[in-house]
Design a protein around this ligand. Sequence first.
Ligand code: PBE
Length: 299
Amino acid sequence: MPKFRMISITLILFLSLLLVGCANDEKDSDKSEENLGEVLEYTITGIEPGAGLTQLAKDTLEEYDNLKGWKLEESSTAGMTTLLGEAIDNEEPIVITGWSPHWMFAAYDLKFLEDPKGTLGEIEGIHTIVRKDLEKDMPHAYKILDAFQWEVEDMEAVMLDEQDSSFDEAAKKWVDENQGKVDEWIEGTDMVEGEEIELVSTPWDSERASAYVMKTVLEQQGFEVTITDVDPAIMFQAIANGDADATVAPWLPTTHGFLYEEHKEDVLDLGVNLNGTKNGIAVPAYMDIDSIEDLPSKE
Ligand code: PBE
């Protein structure tokens, strides 16, 4: 056989093997993408129906073409974190609606998926919002609420302590250890005698931490404080119609933005009490995707 023929046959053989190899590769990755969608049952594991984040996740399903046919499984934060823990124990894929600050990021190696359409918002803040006549009716409480400002690390310290005590105790401990900061909030206010004040909040640990710290500080100043946990929509309504005096729980401008828009004429926003919160679609770090757009489409 002439040498050049030998070489070309070898070459053709080699090239065809290479092609088969590539085709197989393609098939494999198609298959694993398809599998990921099927394994996940095209489902994002969500939280409470009334959460701002649930609304943002629904908007996300509508905005991304690749998420057509996907669904959001609404349940509760406890339900979501249980499923997340089980998936991680088994190194299985899971896609959740997540947020920070929350212990899930300390307990597990998670990543937020990139959100090129920005449907889940940027880094945002938690605001203090009060009823319109609060300054007139309770000037000292108003002043304390207006001055209230702390950091993500402070909130995380309360949430961590709570895990082996209670929010009440964890907040008292934080106040004891941070009396310098608290002194700035109460500066220029007088003690009162048993004046009743009603705080309204939402049922997540981050907001329990801030509500209990505010309760502790107001109690030190002589107030009688109640905290009521409700859905974000009820929280805004309660402040707007004067059923509650104040909240330190709304996440703005995105998470509860639609509720703020609805009630902004009837409430007073005293601005940010904590900066640096974030919402997102999150997955365990071992999953091989980085963006919401990497989630395989169903069709
Ligand atoms: N969260 C935590 C809440 C606010 C605090 C992000 C789950 C929400 O989505 O309404």
